[in-house]
Design a protein around this ligand. Sequence first.
Ligand SMILES: [Zn+2]
Length: 635
Amino acid sequence: MSEFIIEDVGLKVGLEIHQQLATNKKLFCNCPPIESDEYTDKFQRNLRAVKSELGEYDPAALFEKSKSKTIIYYANPQSSCLVEKDEEPPHNLDRDAKEIALIISSSLKSNIFSEIYPMRKTVIDGSNTAGFQRTMLISQGGFIEVDGEKIGVQSICLEEDAAKLLGDKGSIREYSLDRLGVPLVEIALDPVEGKPSKIKKIALSLGKLLRSTKKVTRGIGSIRQDVNVSVKNGGAVVEVKGVQQLDQLEKIVEFEAKRQYGLVKIAEKLQNSNFDGVSKNDIFEITTDWKDCQSKIIQKALKDNYVIKVIKIQNFAGMFGFSPYEGIRLGKEIGQIVKFYGIGGVFHSDELPNYGIEEKDIVIVKNLLKISETDAFLIIAAPSSKINFAMDSIINRINQAAKGVPAETRLATPNGETIFLRPRPGASRMYPETDIPPIIVTKNELEIAESNIPKLWDESIAEIQKKYNLNQQLAEQIFDSQYIDLFEKIVKKISINPTFIASILCSSITKLERSGLNSKLLKNEEITKSFEFLESGKITKESIDMIFEDIMKGESRTIEEAIKNTSIETVDEAKLEKIIEKIINENEEIILNQRERAISPLMGIAMKELRGNAPGEMVNNLLLKSIKKILENTQ
Ligand SMILES: [Zn+2]
């Protein structure tokens, strides 16, 4: 095993970012994009694989076509209509989505087409009720500047998000429709060379540019990254899907580079060996020969009427277990491929005897197939309907091993690795959408987009910091929050320290959100009103959290209701003085003992009694005054 040095492998990564847009409705209907777990509607479709241009020589693609799946869709009428069900043609393109897409394209200096053609992209997994996704090429070219380097943009598309996968149960797959049709922008960048940390930085910069527009959705799942990874001499580009977090992105690129370069090393070793390929003629069935095999896996397979087959690979001994880098082995790769066919795994000669398969079982195979010391073999047990597809895939994969990296689509795992998902689809999966006429981009629309290009992130932060005298962290927090516009409006209207306003908007609301409360219940007018009440002395700084909590819990809708609900009432000065006097009288001993330091325990007592109904500063001043008076009198 050798040490993996990422700088040596000629790593190239092309980023593809999918960002949901913050619109009030979906791309081609009037449904609002609300995600919820409540579904009152349920309907079912049988998925017949469409005649597609997936490379049909590929057994995996053929197998996928042979599978019939039942798809159950769950819908909520609040967030889906007949369009999502594919029972009504699409409505007009959402104007906001178009406008945002044009702003994003302009921001990236990408060349916008004057006519946009909606296309249908074949989808074979059931994630779209119609069997296709609508997509439009908005622009091509352009760049984003990261650390002084221009990273090229290949294309920017506006498209519909897919339905949300709820899960698989045998041959039944379940989706929910709330996310289907939500507008998203897909940005594909040119492949760049460099380390995974650089890729992360590019993704981060692009994310910031998108968020700077203030017109994109926030939160987990609203931005997804796919990466196209290749290494030198690998011979293919591998698409990795499903990267949701930036920290994961860095790890995944590193793992994928290591895996691919490991496959290059395996190929080099095979090219220098006597291995000369493998074919269908090398497959033998051993179901009856192994009827006495004591392995529990084999016994269970026999009981289920599975077929057991073995393939002999000449001059391949040691290659399944050969591990150029830790965790990278051909045996593991093939194990992942057969899982695609619903087969648990494979047994290969480099790991046997094991799993209850004994030397005598191996001898049977060796004698039957005339396997010599330099040969390898591989065994699978599977239903007869699946075994040939799987065997064909294994043959392809073994022959590919001598050439390098196979072109495939892989899935990012949460622990930072990638696993086989499916063979890479061919290029021509698109055909024109006949239900929607071409969409014209007018000169006026282009000008509007140009005039809405956001300032650079760092510039905006510096500006906010200076204008409102905030520290950098708070400036970045408020700028990156959904409340930046509201913040600026409140500061303009009300003379309260902007730092206080920003921290309430950033930290108090986020804190309540994290404890499971719903910030959507807290409307902007109510937030503004609460600061107005604070300015006029109707409420105290200390009671804002309580008021917001009450509203975000759904117990009241307005500030006035919340004040009543939480029995917040501002104590007038006369009443306050009385309460303070009482506290002072009851605690004279503390004052005499602790003198000026008595302020801190007394403050605690007072604030508890007042429950946030009086400004802390005022209480503090009154207490100090009284303490001093007592101390003077006792001298
Ligand atoms: Zn709809």
